[in-house]
Ligand binder design. Structure first.
Ligand code: ADP
Ligand code: TYD
Length: 205
């Protein structure tokens, strides 16, 4: 298998991304990769503001939110200590829980998706994933999982919103299918079945 891959996991809230990042990381580590698992929003300065917005502790216009996610992503890439670019240079395989397709889908429900894609071009020029993996789970199942796991919900965590976001993901995949490597997997199965599917797709990427 190719070493030093950059892989992005995508999906609506509650689709099982964190679970699959963990399982893929373990599998790739066992196969001899140096793995760096990471996520967006980050745990950096801009990510902290975003989490407050998502929890409803700070109010912000959706265009401002889109701009902050872009800034957070640039820091995620370029940060001198923890940035993905540095990790790639050090030979790591980097697996991220969310990357720019999240912005296309989530902000595309509130503003012109083409603007979001255009604004994120800088990130695509810096680092394009070897594979974008979309874990497809019906929004009602995701809402059940979210409600079972926590007391409070975040900004986008309503059935209506998740339905719109899922639709926008497919719109974005359609728009960019010639420019991006995309793998869609049925996420309404056991975690192990999904992990096997993802591992096979990564091996072929
Ligand atoms: P995300 O990171 O996309 O929000 P998580 O991996 O945190 O998703 O999973 C959300 C919830 O669903 C968690 O409680 C997790 O244990 C559960 N879960 C994850 N994968 C599956 C699966 N394949 N089938 C059923 N439940 C799952
Ligand atoms: P995350 O912590 O991955 O939530 P979950 O584990 O529930 O999927 O992401 C938090 C929220 O941030 C999620 O609702 C999606 C949203 N988001 C955006 O709106 N734009 C973005 O660019 C990214 C990366 C995330």
């Amino acid at each position: 298998m190719k070493q030093n891959l950059f892989i992005a996991l995508e999906g609506i809230d509650g689709s099982g991304k964190s679970t699959q990042v963990k399982m893929l990381s373990e599998k790739m580590t066992a196969a001899g990769h140096k793995v760096y698992a990471t996520f967006e929003p980050t745990d950096g300065m801009i990510g902290a503001v975003l989490r407050k917005i998502l929890k409803g502790q700070i109010k912000a216009d959706h265009r401002v939110i889109a701009g902050l996610f872009l800034a957070d992503r640039l820091d995620h890439l370029l940060n001198e200590e923890t940035g993905i670019v540095k990790k790639m240079q050090e030979g790591y395989t980097v697996i991220t829980d969310r990357y720019y397709f999240s912005s296309y889908a989530y902000h595309g429900t509130h503003m012109d998706m083409d603007w979001v894609i255009e604004a994120n071009k800088m990130c695509a020029q810096i680092l394009k994933p070897d594979l974008n993996i979309f874990i497809d789970v019906p929004p009602d199942i995701c809402m059940q999982r979210i409600n079972a796991g926590r007391e409070s919900t975040e900004l986008f965590e309503t059935l209506e919103s998740l339905k719109n976001v899922r639709k926008k993901y497919f719109e974005a995949f359609d728009k960019l299918r010639d420019k991006e490597a995309i793998f869609i997997t049925d996420g309404n199965r056991t975690a192990q079945a999904i992990a096997d599917d993802i591992h096979q797709a990564v091996m072929l990427s």
